[in-house]
Design a binder for this molecule. Sequence first.
Ligand code: COA
Length: 221
Amino acid sequence: MTWPSQSIAGLLPPVARAAQIVGRDSEVRLLPEEAAALGRVAQDREWEFAAGRTCARRAMRALGRPPSAILIGTHREPVWPRGVVGSITHCRGYCAAAVALEQDLASLGIDGEPHDRLPAGVLHVVAGRAEVAALDALPRGRVHWDRVLFSAKESVYKAWFPLTRKWLDFTDVFLTVDSSDGTFHGRLVGPALDTTAPTGFDGRFAVRAGFVLTAVTVARP
Ligand SMILES: CC(C)(COP(=O)(O)OP(=O)(O)OC[C@H]1O[C@@H](n2cnc3c(N)ncnc32)[C@H](O)[C@@H]1OP(=O)(O)O)[C@@H](O)C(=O)NCCC(=O)NCCS
């Protein structure tokens, strides 16, 4: 499949490196330590896990880091080599990883989703009334804003978790989308605010080839 010029890398600052797979890729591989960490799983799960690790190694190589095993943390998070921050995403037909040096970014999170409406009932679980009203005011027609919000919140969580190692509920973040420039902002609200971590998360989104892509980066303090 041809991919328009702006891939997920276009949503990230120049200090980050990203790699993505659209459709299949015959060079997807797991390292032995990764295969052992994953254990026996269904074929689809093995493929997405291996595709994520393959993208991660490609991105690390682009960053000038040797391609090493990326194991699984206690909360399912990828365990990056010392000095590297990063994030992995996959959905049917799409997989990506993005990395940066810890000296350049405090954290990052990426997410890819099929560009469809969310299943019935999901929006009201992941967004509050004011967030839904703000989505309703966005330009209608071309973009499934509910899916953009969902993906953006997943990216926020993936950037948040390595900084805090804490759970973050969908209702702990108030998300606003700016349709004019492809950006969004997640503001922590409620109990999650009781933290030394950042209280606001900036991100970018794009709709490309049938996928919603979002990325959040956290600058170094
Ligand atoms: C963890 C979660 C964000 C993954 O998102 P998803 O859309 O289901 O799946 P994706 O394919 O995009 O991402 C999966 C990858 O996320 C990464 N991931 C999993 N847990 C993670 C964590 N705690 N922190 C950071 N990254 C994590 C992994 O690399 C995983 O892929 P892998 O298992 O093959 O390594 C999601 O399952 C979840 O638990 N969400 C609830 C928390 C949340 O999003 N809160 C919103 C706060 S505003």
